[in-house]
Design a protein around this ligand. Structure first.
Ligand SMILES: Cc1cc2nc3c(=O)[nH]c(=O)nc-3n(C[C@H](O)[C@H](O)[C@H](O)COP(=O)(O)OP(=O)(O)OC[C@H]3O[C@@H](n4cnc5c(N)ncnc54)[C@H](O)[C@@H]3O)c2cc1C
Length: 424
């Protein structure tokens, strides 16, 4: 590849999902010459349909909040139901310690991702679909990267960007090419999911809530989507998937085995093909390097039990736009910005990760199912569930108290094996 034959641009964004489209929209709006390449064509199916209140603030900044609200189902909170006890607990975002938006939305990703992509284009990004990035030669200090992309039909497009943002999702284009991506062995799970018609809705008090059924091996989500469709998926250890070649049979068996979900399924029918995802959780060693930054799932993925993926992708897309901007002005300032952004993103992931790694722990399940509001621990938990990182020392205290209580209860349950815990 030769730089002289290639189309020059300031920033190339690989992947037009929520993370890439956010970064491209924000950069283009500031006059940065941005190319956004998406290998498939919108609208296309994608999993990840339940959003968080902090997303709404981002939609506001992108100028698409009314559009997202119009296409989505109003989501005032999250409900957790225990298959072991039949008990449920509902967390309302309005109870969050952080006073921000008190609701989120559930969306069909086909429509949502198409709107974000169109927004990037409307703000001036040179956005193209059906173009798959095949090869990236990263820049040496101060130079340009050289990129080869394959256009549908086989033509090759060559680009020479000054900075590369990788938002290629679970393909993790750059981290795989650099060999820096590793699987998270503590969360060795897989998922199987589909859309259904005719699922009985939640009760009036939890209308619009996502419901997480904590089942014997893992968990099941139900998400109400527009037009009476419900998205349902099962997440469990890879052992639960072993020997199953037919994903539809496996999904239906798991859903009907859940005593708390089964009654809602009577008379329901599948409305989509069933899909699955393995190699579940992973992270790249670093979110950045000379002339590039990794966004969203291209950097790392954690179990979606708390619906954090789209928020983290869009937040890192917003930060990455700032990093690219700083880098274009002065690579030294860009490196410092990249270091800060990577640290922040890693911390946010760790915050959700702390809960996720313990989701099958009986003590954590007990604390979830009978949450105490002593020291505002419950409200602090709701703040986390809304996607808000504690913004002050005062906001950190309830989370710290929650973690401390978990440790104390874990120790006590090891020392007193007969200790009664809520059977979650
Ligand atoms: C089972 C499951 C359930 C989930 N549930 C939720 C949920 O309820 N709520 C939530 O917030 N998150 C959820 N997530 C996570 C969520 O789907 C992701 O975190 C989110 O989509 C990440 O956005 P992204 O922009 O980083 O990547 P993506 O949305 O995956 O977008 C990446 C884009 O890059 C394109 N691309 C890839 N390679 C190339 C290439 N070489 N060239 C050009 N384009 C390329 C892809 O086609 C894709 O459009 C779930 C995930 C799973 C697996």
């Amino acid at each position: 590849m030769n730089e002289n034959d290639a189309e020059a641009c300031d920033v190339l964004v690989i992947g037009g999902g929520p993370g890439g489209s956010t970064a491209a929209a924000l950069l283009a709006a500031q006059g940065v010459d941005t190319v956004l390449l998406e290998k498939s064509r919108h609208p296309r199916f994608h999993i990840g349909e339940s959003l968080l209140p902090r997303n709404m603030e981002l939609f506001e900044r992108l100028g698409i909040r009314p559009q997202v609200e119009a296409m989505g189902v109003h989501k005032p909170g999250a409900e957790f139901v225990s298959d072991a006890s039949g008990a449920g607990v509902a967390f309302r975002f309005a109870d969050s310690l952080q006073q921000g938006c008190s609701y989120a939305c559930h969306v069909r990703r086909a429509e949502f991702d198409a709107a974000l992509f169109a927004n990037a284009s409307a703000r001036g990004a040179r956005a193209a679909e059906g173009v798959r990035v095949r090869n990236v030669r990263l820049p040496t200090a101060g130079g340009r990267a050289l990129v080869q992309a394959e256009v549908e039909g086989g033509a090759i497009r060559r680009l020479a960007p000054r900075f590369v943002l990788d938002a290629s999702g679970r393909d993790s284009f750059l981290a795989n090419a650099l060999g820096t991506r590793s699987l998270d062995k503590r969360n060795n799970t897989a998922a199987v999911f589909g859309h259904f018609h005719g699922v009985a809705p939640n009760s009036a008090e939890t209308e619009g809530f996502i419901t997480i059924h904590l089942c014997a091996e893992g968990w099941i989500w139900t998400i109400p989507l527009p037009d009476g469709v419900t998205s349902i998926g099962y997440v469990g250890p890879t052992a639960a998937f072993k020997g199953h070649t037919d994903m539809q049979t496996l999904l239906l068996a798991r859903l009907h085995a859940s005593p708390t979900l089964r009654p809602r399924l009577q008379g329901s029918t599948l409305a989509s093909p069933v899909s699955g995802t393995g190699n579940y959780s992973y992270r790249a060693r670093s979110a950045w390097g000379e002339g590039f930054f990794l966004i969203g799932d291209a950097f790392g993925f954690i179990d979606p039990v708390f619906s954090s993926g789209v928020l983290m992708a869009m937040t890192s897309g917003e930060r990455a736009a700032g990093v690219a901007r700083a880098w274009l002005d002065d690579p030294r300032a860009g490196r410092a910005a990249a270091r800060r952004a990577a640290r922040k993103g890693g911390r946010e992931m760790d915050q959700f990760g702390w809960l996720i790694h313990r989701i099958n722990d009986p003590v954590l399940r007990h604390m979830f199912m009978s949450p105490s509001n002593v020291l505002r621990m419950r409200d602090g938990l709701v703040q986390m569930l809304g996607g808000h990182a504690p913004a002050s020392l005062r906001a950190h205290l309830p989370i710290a108290a929650f973690k401390l209580t978990f440790r104390a209860l874990s120790l006590a349950s090891r020392m007193l094996p007969g200790m009664a815990l809520h059977p979650a």
